[in-house]
Design a protein around this ligand. Sequence first.
Ligand code: SF4
Length: 172
Amino acid sequence: GSIKIGISACLLGQPVRFNGGHKESRLCSDILSRHFEFVPLCPELAIGLGAPREPIRLVGNPTNPRALGSVNRTLDVTGALDDYGRETAERLDDVCGFILMQKSPSCGMERVKVYQENGVPSEGGGRGIFAAALMRARSELPVEEDGRLNDPVLRENFLTRVFAYAEWQRLL
Ligand code: SF4
């Protein structure tokens, strides 16, 4: 069968973002979808938040931030997103890669804004909570962000790793 790749659902045009919109990537929805079987998911919907919803933001130490409501700071979804990331890593044991939505406090792979207590973002940023949990649980899984896939070299590199991973899994 075709190779399965997990993907942030908003990249396939699903209206799951905090503002009720999406972030459709033509590269993913029109081109890569011809070659792969995408398994879309939205961690924030999966943990019970609705769309539209209050935006979540990362707060605290950039290496170990918390995911809090941007208005209601007593809303803490860190544990729920972390659990969902670990569950997903186990449940989707047949995906050979993951494409994540950049800059998201849940799905972002790198340089996601992490706010200090005074409200100013830390330099460098951090990783979304779902992405961090998934990547910790499946450290060998090829993971990439949508924005980086527009770079032909990074795209080629990601696809090479996906095919190598698929081969390796079949050999096990
Ligand atoms: Fe959902 Fe992740 Fe997209 Fe945010 S970035 S809407 S959590 S799939």
